[in-house]
Ligand binder design. Structure first.
Ligand code: UDP
Length: 336
């Protein structure tokens, strides 16, 4: 490793949607990402330029050997189950996967000298915040097992930082991540995706008969739930900046990752129709279990701490990037 070389970093879950975009951004910034993924939901095709170790994060032997072989300096941890509604039905799977296995990974990393961690957290740790936009200092009150599992890991990280003087972490609390890499090489490719923008676009493509809107009786302007949608390229950039920040001046950071304004489900659906030019069928139904009515970030801390200016703060632009990706993904599938 030369003086200017920032070295190798372990990207757990780097074959997934967010992890693969972050790996790409890390490589552009000069880091050497080494991806660890069990490919349960990730896509090996998204890890073209970096080593991919096909193993579980709890496979201690494999993790130890890759830390040694690649001289890993930091962990970026994305490997987790992420569906709110599924977490309500299968809570123990979420605690097992997101908490127990993460504990094993953190222990292995820490024991082997990897004590700089960037963790993929979520706005779901806030539950249904009383004050909006919600700041990082708000009470954590998750309303579903997914949010609780992420909160538990944040607590572990805080406790490790208190116990070990050279352990430092950044927990990035994502709001609603969407969009795709503008180079068109990677995007959301999980076939069982449950996120609104992806499903709306797949409905526009005719891959689904209709889009279902979950809940029209929320106390919002049009009765549908409101979320803060942030572009995947901004999310990727925030990870690189957070990692740089931990190396430049070791400290602990908890940062909201959103733009600070929200759109309702109806507004998203209308924007998808406008961008695609396709008027697809929509069916309104009851609320989805575990969903809060409104989640919008106060993102001033990320802007100040990381000197971040959002690059793609425009819903139409995010949806257009996701639309280009979805069309490419499904035309490739049609040819195969
Ligand atoms: N949503 C919806 N129909 C769908 C998928 C999502 O109405 O097919 C709603 C969902 O109930 C929530 C919002 O869209 O209010 C965002 O959900 P998503 O799953 O995209 O992200 P989450 O906020 O759960 O992380």
């Amino acid at each position: 490793m030369s003086q200017a070389d920032p070295g190798s970093v372990l990207v757990a879950g780097g074959a997934g949607y967010i992890g693969s975009h972050v790996s790409k951004a890390l490589a552009i910034a000069g880091y050497h990402p080494v991806v660890l993924d069990n490919l349960s939901t990730g896509n090996a095709a998204h890890v073209v330029d970096f080593p991919l170790i096909h193993a579980d994060i709890a496979d201690t032997g494999r993790v130890v050997s890759l830390i040694r072989e690649h001289k890993i300096r930091a962990l970026l941890h994305f490997a987790a189950s992420i569906q709110v509604e599924e977490s309500v039905r299968f809570p123990l799977d979420y605690y097992e996967n997101n908490v127990c296995r993460t504990l094993r990974l953190l222990r292995t990393c820490s024991k082997n000298g990897v004590r700089t961690v960037v963790f993929s957290s979520t706005a779901a740790v806030y539950g249904s915040p009383e004050k909006l936009p919600v700041s990082e200092d708000a009470a954590l009150n998750p309303i579903n097992p997914y949010g609780r599992s992420k909160m538990m890991v944040e607590m572990m990280l805080k406790d490790m930082a208190a116990a070990l003087p050279d352990f430092h972490f950044a927990a990035l609390r994502y709001f609603n991540v969407a969009g795709a890499d503008r180079g068109g090489r990677i995007g959301q490719s999980y076939p069982k995706a449950t996120h609104l923008i992806t499903l709306a676009l797949r409905t526009a493509l005719g891959l689904r008969p209709e889009l279902v809107i979950f809940g029209t009786d929320y106390a919002t302007a049009d009765g549908t739930a409101v979320r803060d949608y942030i572009d995947i390229e901004d999310i990727a950039f925030l990870h690189v900046r957070a990692l740089d920040a931990l190396f430049e001046r070791p400290r602990n950071l908890v940062l909201n990752c959103g733009y600070g304004h929200g759109f309702s489900v109806n507004e998203v659906v209308q924007t998808v129709k406008r961008v695609t030019g396709i008027d697809f069928p929509v069916h309104e139904t009851g609320r989805r279990p575990g969903d809060p009515p409104v989640l919008v970030a106060d993102s001033s801390r990320a802007k100040n701490e990381l000197n971040w200016t959002p690059m793609h703060d425009k819903l139409e632009e995010i949806i257009r990037a996701a639309w280009e990706w979805e069309r490419k993904l499904h035309s490739m599938k049609a040819i195969q």
